[in-house]
Design a protein around this ligand. Structure first.
Ligand SMILES: O=C(O)C(=O)CO
Length: 356
């Protein structure tokens, strides 16, 4: 006999699986050419960032935009079999999950899934997928871009040119060398390692801190030295780049104590997730000129509201989370999202299913 607890656990899944098979039969009997529906964020507004990828998705799916869904939720909810999200624009919470009886998969465009409650989503018999690897180069590039732009005052130079300011460049536009400087990478996963490869081509001295030490040959290939203690790295670097995943362990990993360990000339670069850095502590350190500069692709919230203190420092660059925003990378991400969703809808294991 099946124990009561186990049958209680299995029952919702069996009901969902039965409903799904039924929905497939209904769809097939209605129209053999009908495409499954997906609910997708960031595809609604004309000119929106992912709008140009809609045709790639529409080869296989009918897109229901979040705007359409909001206006006609009751009629559309019963058609949706997959949700495509890019970041946390749409909250995939209990309320949404309960309203989508035929949902099979939530696919995230990007590697970081900290905005998704995976145990909750899985408890509805729904899979979660992401797009790892394909984001690595573009994200590492934005890290290098931020480091170079900050060190070499590229935005100051641009503004000077645009404003046709008379007279000589100001002393404040004098930059600092990246070549030959010391870079500390916190988080040496795939993206961190790509950053190290790039930095080694800039003749930088590279230190890294990571939960697990990399193999000796991997360290040697990029000339990176391991710091078992993060504080050793923080104290010795000219540039510190944060590349960890957001988790309870990395939430506010860089706080007042860690910022106080940085050299007064050091630049903090964050390409991971906003909450990895304590923003109030960062503002305080910048106000006291306790660190040299900051360059952030990620913040909380995103984008920062107008008037936020971080937007007022001349030595801070803030991007609205653009790590993967290239035509090529975004295109490959969308293809991956489609492949994962199709696999999940067929009942196969998707290539990039995220398990907790
Ligand atoms: O892939 C991701 O999760 C990113 O945020 C890249 O910037």
């Amino acid at each position: 006999m099946i124990p009561v607890a186990l049958s209680l656990q299995l029952a919702p899944r069996l009901v969902r699986s039965f409903r799904y098979t039924y929905s497939q039969l209904v769809r097939t009997s209605k129209n053999t050419m009908a495409k499954p529906c997906i609910l997708a964020t960031r595809l609604g507004a004309p000119g929106g960032i992912y709008q140009c990828y809609a045709p790639c998705i529409e080869k296989h799916f009918t897109i229901i935009t979040t705007e359409e869904f909001t206006q006609n939720r009751q009629n559309l909810a019963g058609n949706i079999e997959a949700v495509f999200v890019w970041g946390g624009v749409l909250k995939v919470d209990r309320d949404l999950l309960q309203s989508l009886p035929y949902l099979k998969v939530v696919v995230n465009g990007g590697v970081g899934v900290d905005h998704l409650d995976i145990p909750l989503i899985n408890s509805f018999g729904v899979k979660v997928c992401n797009t790892p690897e394909v984001v690595d180069n573009a994200t590492a590039d934005i890290g290098m871009g931020l480091m170079l732009a900050s060190a070499r005052k590229i935005l100051d130079g641009h503004n000077y040119s645009v404003c046709h300011e008379s007279g000589d460049l100001l002393e404040s536009s004098m930059g600092t060398d990246v070549s030959g400087a010391t870079l500390g990478i916190i988080g040496m996963g795939r993206i961190g390692y790509k950053v190290a490869k790039r930095a080694s081509a800039f003749d930088m001295k590279i230190l890294y801190h990571n939960r697990n030490r990399r193999l000796e040959e991997e360290e040697q290939a990029v000339g990176a030295s391991y710091c078992a203690k993060m504080e050793d790295l923080l104290r010795s670097c000219d540039f510190v780049m944060v590349v960890v995943n957001l988790s309870p362990q990395t939430h506010k990993l860089i706080g007042a104590k860690e910022l106080a360990m940085l050299k007064p000339t050091a630049t903090l670069i964050n390409i991971s997730r906003g909450p990895v850095v304590d923003q109030d502590a960062l503002v305080d350190a910048l106000q006291r000129k306790a660190i040299g500069a900051a360059a952030l692709d990620v913040t909380y919230p995103e984008p920062l509201p107008r008037g936020h203190p971080l937007l007022s420092f001349p030595n801070v660059i803030v991007l609205p989370h653009m790590g993967t925003h290239t035509r090529e990378t975004s295109g490959v991400m969308v293809e991956r999202m489609v492949t994962n969703a199709l696999a999940a809808l067929r009942g196969d294991t998707p290539p990039n299913e995220v398990k907790v």
